[in-house]
Ligand binder design. Structure first.
Ligand code: PMP
Length: 344
């Protein structure tokens, strides 16, 4: 790993080259071998560091970004943090238009990373001038030498994973990977990695993870936009209510949907079984792995790589908070008894 190579010139040199870690306990009843590509090891604690660096460096090559220029995006999540991080080192301003639904802690995190944050009303239509899409578009139009990242509709998002995450997994498994399991939000990760891996070995199967309440699985199966599939759900970062052009549905073999509750429990189980403190979608990926295994997807020779997108620290107010779990009706006092805090 780059991390062991002595002095780094700046934090951006530590993006990527994340570890692949064997799962020893949580998958012990499943046939085959399971490995976690743990993206929480990136300096910004998620795989979005990879796309931030790639998209910003491509804009530099095209002469759009120069010192003092501005990077604009519409997310309070992992991508916002990564854009802010890369902007600091590169000397760019970072503007993030976020919805008023974003938790105060998230906005504080982006401010801590030097971003200028615009909080936009959540319950307005996408084409309302106050919506975060419209605010970002307007700021982009008004700001010279700015780049609007627009990750859902930017092929460089997918390319970042084709160039880095895909080759890393191929090398780390010495080309022996048989199955890839990844979440799909923008689709950048699953599409870029799958395209690279299938070019090396077309027999590799790519298994997508979607949420109940999202359109992706149904669209993959029918190529129809069935609005009935869309309803609110809790998992953040996975699934979608629109079809992102960053997703290449042709390189995904199948999708499996998971529930909010099962995903939350699996994330907590991953922490206490493997010591991997990862995010909500990582729990979704573990749950989907169990569902795929139940369907007979794997055998004793399977070498399955699960991409765990981010670190658990982003979810302290949610899946790692017992109060939040109770509010959702997810808390299982027997399961979590050993984690009870005792006040002396
Ligand atoms: N998990 C988390 C926590 C994310 O933030 C995202 C990005 N929206 C994803 C999974 C999905 O990754 P991608 O956008 O590359 O499909």
């Amino acid at each position: 790993m780059t991390q062991n190579k002595g002095i780094s010139n700046n934090i951006l040199e530590l993006i990527g080259e994340t570890p692949l870690i064997r799962l020893n306990t949580i998958t012990k009843d499943l046939p085959g071998n399971y490995y976690a590509k743990y993206e929480g090891f990136n300096p910004g604690h998620s795989m979005k560091d990879r796309i931030a660096l790639h998209i910003i460096e491509e804009a530099e090559k095209q002469g759009i970004l120069k010192e003092g220029s501005t990077v604009i995006e519409t997310t309070s999540g992992n991508t916002g943090f990564s854009m802010a991080l890369v902007s600091i080192i590169k000397g760019y301003k970072c503007i993030l238009a976020v919805t008023s639904k974003a938790a105060p802690g998230k906005i504080n995190m982006l401010k801590a990373m030097g971003a200028k944050v615009y909080v936009c009303p959540a319950h307005v239509k996408a084409d309302d001038p106050r919506s975060y899409y419209e605010v970002a578009k307007r700021l982009h139009a008004e700001t010279a030498n700015s780049v609007y990242i627009n990750q859902y509709f930017n092929h460089l998002n997918t390319e970042a994973h084709y160039n880095s995450t895909g080759p890393e997994i191929w090398q780390q498994t010495k080309g022996e990977i048989t199955h890839l399991i990844a979440a799909s939000g923008t689709g950048g990760t699953i599409s870029g990695v799958s395209k690279y891996l299938k070019e090396q070995n077309p027999t590799i199967k790519t298994l997508g993870v979607d949420a109940f309440g999202s359109i992706l699985k149904k669209f993959h199966e029918t190529r129809e936009f069935d609005k009935k599939e869309i309803y609110p759900y809790r998992i953040e970062g996975l699934g979608k209510n629109l079809i992102p052009s960053a997703t290449d549905f042709n390189v995904i073999d199948v999708f499996e949907k998971v529930t909010d509750e099962a995903a939350a429990h699996r994330a907590r189980e991953l922490a206490v079984t493997e010591g991997l403190f990862a995010g909500y979608t990582s729990g979704a990926i573990i749950q989907a792995t169990m569902q795929y295994a139940e369907q007979g997807m794997f055998n004793a020779d399977s070498k399955v790589v699960l991409i765990l997108p981010d670190h658990g620290s982003r979810y302290m107010e949610k899946i790692y908070c017992d109060e939040w779990m109770k509010e959702q009706g997810f808390f299982d006092s027997q399961k979590h008894a050993h984690q009870e805090v005792e006040f002396i």
